[in-house]
Design a protein. Structure first.
Length: 335
């Protein structure tokens, strides 16, 4: 009888310990899943608040996101919490772009024919620059601001608004601008050309004209390379040093409005496929193309990669801004 009791006691103890171990294992699994979900939420952030197309979103510093929208506002967000710090509503028409300008400031381009300079910290408008037509594109480099208004590019120093350095011209609307250096400017236009200018000699013809033959909607730069996005299924890669332009086929994707360089040979671009928004990475040397998951539900209007924080920021017609952190790590996992 005593042996039977001892056997029962041992069996009960083993079962109890096993149940405790199972419970402990389940708790660990639950904690692990919860932690994974929390990390995923930290890596993927959606900012909502605009009421129309978000035309552009940038991260001027690691703690701040700025966005422009066709709802006529510019918003300044806390990059950590996703909360809105300031709503800047002085524009009277859609805002088409926002860029980082001088220290602690951003510049916004609007169809109301103005460019406004804003203080990031206070949200105060510091300057208003007027143009002769709606403003679609901007670029800033070392105190030089380029303003694309219809088919004209105005050059000025925002520190001295009355200083009109000069202007350049395309045949049709200027859609995108990029300063490779403090003395040169690349412009893209609906006239199907990329033009390289020496802004010190603005009265002279462009240094080079690259004929893309398609309406240009997007432009990215990583010196000495520039990349142009069109409504077709090709990107165009320009080597500024060699003055060459090479078409780069993008499979089944068209309307490339948004693109940016991840590094010298890798581009992230957004477009449409079967009327759905798509996001892809392509190697400009091998043409190897890789899709990237996106939660946007409408056309992506802008993408910007921030190496310092390894973050990708995208703005969309669906009125949201998406932030993907640890972006390079995500790409490595997908390969």
């Amino acid at each position: 009888m005593q042996k039977l009791y001892i056997l029962f006691l041992c069996t009960y103890t083993m079962l109890t310990q096993g149940t405790d171990q199972l419970a402990t294992g389940a708790e660990k699994l639950t904690r692990s899943i919860s932690a994974h979900i929390a990390r995923s939420k930290q890596r993927r952030q959606i900012l909502s608040g605009h009421t129309s197309v978000v035309s552009c979103a940038i991260m001027p510093n690691p703690t701040t996101i700025c966005s422009s929208s066709w709802d006529k506002t510019v918003r300044i967000w806390d990059a950590t919490s996703g909360q809105t710090n300031h709503i800047l509503n002085a524009h009277t028409a859609p805002v088409n772009q926002v860029i980082q300008a001088m220290d602690h400031t951003i510049a916004s381009a609007s169809s109301d024919t103005t460019v406004r300079i804003w203080d990031i910290e206070t949200g105060q408008c510091e300057q208003v620059l007027g143009a002769a037509a709606y403003v679609r594109s901007l670029a800033y480099k070392e105190s030089k601001l380029a303003i694309g208004a219809d088919n004209i590019i105005y050059l000025c120093d925002p520190r001295n608004p009355s200083s009109n350095i000069g202007h350049l011209q395309h045949a049709r609307t200027v859609t995108c601008l990029w300063h490779p250096t403090s003395t040169t400017l690349i412009s893209g236009s609906l006239d199907g050309t990329l033009r390289e200018w020496d802004i010190r000699q603005y009265k002279k013809p462009p240094i080079h004209v690259y004929k893309v033959q398609r309406e240009i909607y997007g432009l990215a730069g990583s010196y000495p390379y520039a990349a142009a996005g069109t409504e077709g299924t090709n990107l165009h890669i320009v080597d500024i040093k060699k003055s060459t332009s090479t078409p780069l086929s993008i499979k089944e994707v068209h309307h490339t409005y948004a693109l940016d360089f991840l590094n010298e040979q890798t581009l992230i671009f957004a477009g449409e496929k079967d009327r759905q928004p798509v996001l892809c990475v392509i190697n400009t040397g091998t043409s190897a193309q890789q899709p990237v998951t996106t939660d946007h539900t409408d056309l992506i209007a802008s993408v910007h990669y921030i190496p310092a924080t390894d973050s990708l920021i995208s703005a969309s017609k669906d009125t949201t801004i998406h932030v993907q952190r640890d972006f390079q790590a995500k790409l490595d996992q997908m390969q």
